[in-house]
Design a protein around this ligand. Structure first.
Ligand code: ZN
Length: 274
């Protein structure tokens, strides 16, 4: 193998990928493995609080890539929508506190709220929190979710819809997150990645298992599924993206492993299948 194949300089793990590990264990495990990037999930942050977590992250020398996740803007009633916006402002503050330059948005959906209405709630909600993001120096990325989550997780299901919102809101603080698990099937993917261009703020990888045994917690290891990750990575990089490649694996199967062995397996797959 060439030197290049051992280059992990753009590799980032989500703390949810190693869900059984506490934030402290994740910091330790990633550091020992030579993985430079970490994306922190709020549930891993909460036991420490943002201030303490930020201190530990800064001491570790790891590069904090993003905080996951904000969003969930749609709600029935103006007060509930305001509550969602207030919660997103708190998340933005937490991101600033831990040194995360980006909050990824899982935009939300509510059964019974028509999808076009939900998308309006999302657009209005993001517009309402963007000034707060700007003052905190934290960018926001809209992540399109696979349509199987259109009932209760996100009314934004294609990169085209995410790009449209970014176009409408026209802020340097707003872009998109391309997660191959959610968008690999989309016939418009290549052109929408090209359209997003410099608005691609994050790139998430995992694979699609056949059959998928659970809608949330059965993502595959890169190379074990049907997603052509190197192809999509090529499109994203052709569009100008040179940021971290974030491994986001929700998997009951892998969470049952020894997590150090899982990290090692991810590193192997990163070299061969990403
Ligand atoms: Zn993702």
């Amino acid at each position: 193998m060439t030197q290049k194949l051992y280059n992990y300089s753009r590799l980032c793990l989500h703390t949810m990928t190693t869900k059984p590990w506490s934030l402290e264990e994740a910091i330790d495990g990633y550091t020992k493995a030579g993985i430079p990037g970490i994306t922190v999930w709020r549930n891993h942050l909460e036991p420490y609080g943002a201030k303490e977590a930020g201190k530990r992250l800064r001491e570790s020398g790891l590069h904090v890539v993003s905080l996951c996740r904000g969003g969930f803007f749609p709600a029935a009633g103006a007060q509930a929508r305001q509550d969602a916006r207030d919660e997103n402002k708190r998340i933005i503050d937490e991101a600033a506190e831990i040194g995360a330059p980006l909050v990824v948005l899982v935009c939300g959906a509510v059964p019974g709220i028509p999808l076009p209405d939900a998308r309006q709630h999302i657009t209005d909600g993001i517009a309402a929190v963007l000034p707060h993001a700007e003052s905190a120096g934290v960018r926001l990325a809209i992540e399109a979710l696979h349509p199987m989550y259109a009932d209760d997780r996100s009314a934004v299901n294609t990169l085209e819809q995410a790009n449209n919102m970014v176009t409408i809101l026209a802020s340097p603080w707003l872009g998109v997150c391309v997660d191959v698990y959610h968008v690999w099937w989309d016939p418009m993917l290549k052109s929408e990645i090209s359209r997003a261009g410099q608005k691609i703020f994050a790139f998430h990888v995992s694979d699609w298992r056949t059959p998928t045994r659970h809608l949330l917690n059965d993502r595959g290891m890169m190379g074990e599924g049907c997603i052509n990750i190197p192809l999509i990575r090529g499109w994203v990089e052709d569009a100008g993206f040179q940021g971290f490649i974030e491994v986001e694996l929700f998997s009951d199967q892998f969470w049952a492993w020894d997590q150090s062995a899982l990290v090692e397996r991810i590193q192997q797959s990163y070299l061969t299948a990403v």
